[in-house]
Write a protein that binds this ligand. Structure first.
Ligand code: GDP
Length: 140
């Protein structure tokens, strides 16, 4: 399978509980490589633009408020079938439905505060990665 890149965010509920390393351990043990990473505080404008696809959903304002409530860690992950593989490592959006051993089953607090974001398609990964990283900041 072709080597691929996906975009990941460790969300504020996870950074608040000091879980960056624990989540990175699951990512790396799954075989994905963290080829770019930085900790930052999203602005409201960044969060609104990043989640613009959800603008009409009833939870949009709550989601944006949550994403700016604390630091996040944005990442680029690389590996075979990285987009689909990371979705498997993350688990279902609602942690109640997530499989054992997934990041969301292990760590998520709720359907909103669900610890991680991962691109849902290679097309969206190609949009999300340059939203946060310059090419020279990604070192494979
Ligand atoms: P994902 O691709 O698994 O992250 O899920 P979605 O793209 O459907 O939703 C984006 C993010 O919005 C999720 O990761 C959650 O943080 C949040 N979210 C999704 N569904 C709900 C919901 O029903 N209520 C609230 N409050 N947040 C939600």
């Amino acid at each position: 399978m072709a080597t691929e890149r996906t975009f990941s965010i460790i969300k504020p509920d996870a950074t608040r509980r000091n879980l960056t390393g624990a989540i990175n351990k699951l990512i790396e043990e799954s075989g994905l490589r963290i080829v770019a990473q930085k900790r930052m505080k999203l602005t409201r404008a960044q969060a609104e633009e990043f989640y613009a696809i959800h603008r009409e959903r009833p939870f949009f304002n709550d989601l944006v408020g949550f994403m700016v409530s604390g630091p996040v860690v944005v990442q680029v992950l690389e590996g075979a079938n990285a987009v689909g593989h990371y979705r498997d490592v993350m688990g279902a959006t609602n942690p109640a439905n997530a499989d054992a051993g997934t990041i969301r089953k292990e760590f998520a607090e709720s359907i909103e505060a669900n610890s991680v974001h991962g691109s849902d398609s290679p097309e969206n990964a190609a949009i999300e990665i340059p939203f946060f990283f310059k090419p020279e900041e990604i070192v494979g």
